[in-house]
Design a protein around this ligand. Structure first.
Ligand code: TPP
Ligand code: SF4
Ligand code: MG
Length: 322
């Protein structure tokens, strides 16, 4: 997810090199801000713990961590992380995070939110973030319900789910997150479960390493308004957590049957499996990011005006307007 780690202007203007002072290793204590206020047992606690773990393990410079979210229980993440961040508008976190990523490619932009935030009100933004392949990591805590507003049908609620908006049971076909994300153009699409902490950490790490719009859907139980929703994929509750077997490219007959993460059609086939489906990386592509394409375009434009600093380029533009 992170590109160049520079001290200067991310857009290639005049740079001032400032030596980093020696720093201590990032600790959980250093990155922990407020205590979460979620209901006891909410799946989102484990997601937050996994996020802390990755930040700590990767020893990411604290001032380079950006935690952005929309609105919802799951969107409360920015309050709990000691770094930059914003609890933004419902469904509008992707454009904010995209702007940050494009303007400051040296930062690590993480985005958190719920199924309502990402697939309902913000669904269109998610498609465009994917299409543009903006370099950031988006973690969607899918609990199949609107938790914060106390149990309305969400875009991922299954048919028959009884809620305040569908007292007779939901009748609309739910969104299939994997299919939507792949079709939208996201270049890293994975699925995990909040009861599987090691798997969650692995997925966040792989998404963090990916250059481009990386999205993880995580089944995260709302114990208050949809208890037991994800038991079928939780071995501790009698379910089975079935992992995607990725190709090892080792020329063995078994490998023929394994999943090629670059094969979009194979990813759709996995996404078609009945609930609770499979977990892991469905799809990954190395399509260039908007960040890298835009950087090239900025460099070419700057060359045309004699490689001046940002201020000089701006001044020339103003002069032309006189
Ligand atoms: C523009 C706007 N519309 C509606 C709301 C009300 N609202 C707040 S959160 C939410 C849905 C939350 O569901 P989800 O995104 O799934 O998050 P969860 O609480 O389940 O984690 C809604 C409808 C709002 N805050 N702003
Ligand atoms: S209402 Fe549901 S999603 Fe919200 S904090 Fe409680 S358990 Fe978690
Ligand atoms: Mg939700």
């Amino acid at each position: 997810m992170s590109e160049a780690n520079t001290n200067g202007s991310p857009n290639g203007g005049a740079t001032t090199t400032v030596a980093d002072p020696p720093r201590e290793k990032l600790t959980k204590k250093a990155i922990t801000a407020d205590h979460p206020t979620w209901c006891p047992g909410c799946g989102d606690f484990a997601v937050l713990a996994s996020y802390y773990k990755v930040l700590e393990k990767r020893n990411i410079d604290q001032e380079k961590i950006v935690t952005i979210a929309g609105i919802g229980c799951s969107s409360r993440f920015p309050y709990f992380v000691n770094g930059h961040g914003a609890h933004f508008i419902h469904g509008r976190a992707v454009p904010l995070a995209s702007g940050i990523s494009l303007a400051r490619p040296d930062l690590h932009v993480f985005l958190f939110g719920g199924d309502g935030d990402g697939f309902s009100i913000g669904g269109n933004h998610v498609d465009h973030g994917g299409r543009k392949n903006v370099n950031l990591t988006y973690f969607i805590m899918d609990n199949f319900v609107y938790g914060l507003t106390k149990k309305q049908t969400s875009p991922t609620s299954p048919i028959g789910f009884k809620s305040k908006t569908d007292p007779q049971g939901a009748i609309d076909q739910p969104v299939n997150p994997m299919k939507k994300l792949i079709a939208g153009g996201a270049t890293f699409v994975a699925r995990t479960h909040a009861s599987q902490v090691n798997h969650m950490i692995q997925m966040i790490e792989r998404a963090t390493d990916h250059q481009g719009f990386s999205v993880i859907e995580c089944l995260s139980e709302c114990v208050e308004f949809y208890p037991g929703a994800f038991d079928p994929a939780n071995p501790r509750k009698g379910g089975s957590f079935e992992l995607i077997q990725e190709k090892k490219w080792d020329n063995t007959p078994e490998d023929e049957l394994r999943h090629d993460v670059t094969d979009e059609l194979a990813a759709y086939k996995l996404a078609q499996l009945p609930f609770p489906g499979v977990f892991g990386v469905f799809y990954q592509s190395d399509r260039p990011t908007k960040n890298s394409l835009e950087k090239k375009w900025i460099e070419q434009s700057r060359e045309k005006v004699g490689n001046g600093s940002d201020v000089e380029v701006l001044q020339r533009t103003f002069d032309k307007m006189k």
